[in-house]
Design a protein around this ligand. Structure first.
Ligand code: HEM
Length: 151
């Protein structure tokens, strides 16, 4: 159950992540952040858009897409919070890998792009964004979720 980022990276990432969710309306912040990164992904890789037809990406402010944005951000939140428990993290990420493997058309390249988008976004909202720690933790988390996908 070896995880790729160091204990220090994990501490930094968990601390910086927690700064974002002090607000009482953290779900709204999560939805807005999710909407931002997913619409950016669909804009930069147009083939992605139709993969989110069932959650109605054409109405990004609507209920189905907002709920989808919250699911993604909650999964990311769970993963970051589980970084101190490698066994549970591994099993959570394995489950997410299966869920994405089951969606035809989802590719490793999409995860590479969303990693870039996340880095840019977090850099904008965190004053003391530690790029190296985030890169190394996201490499582990996103790499595992994408591990069962094709290129
Ligand atoms: C930041 C990394 C990501 C996380 C944490 C994440 C998490 C999730 C979660 C929790 C679900 C719901 C699973 C379910 O209930 O079945 C989901 C669904 C989905 N994800 Fe991701 N995801 C991520 C990135 C991506 C990327 C890069 C793609 C590429 C297109 C993608 C495509 C999908 C699709 C197509 C669905 C199904 C949507 C539907 O319900 O119709 N995800 N994801």
């Amino acid at each position: 159950h070896q995880f790729c980022c160091s204990a220090e990276d994990r501490n930094i990432v968990q601390k910086q992540w927690s700064v974002l969710w002090g607000d009482t309306e953290s779900s709204k912040v999560k939805i807005a952040f999710g909407r931002l990164i997913l619409t950016k992904l669909a804009k930069e890789i147009p083939e992605v858009k139709e993969l989110f037809n069932k959650v109605d990406i054409d109405n990004p402010e609507g209920g189905p897409f907002s709920a989808h944005c919250l699911r993604i951000l909650n999964a990311l939140d769970m993963s970051i919070n589980l970084m101190d428990d490698p066994e549970a993290l591994d099993s959570a990420l394995d489950h997410l890998a299966d869920q994405h493997h089951d969606r035809p058309g989802v590719k490793k390249a999409h995860f590479k792009k969303i990693a870039e988008i996340l880095h840019t976004g977090l850099q904008q909202v965190l004053d003391d964004y530690n790029a190296l720690s985030w890169k190394s933790c996201f490499k582990g988390i996103l790499g595992k979720i994408a591990s069962k996908l094709q290129g």
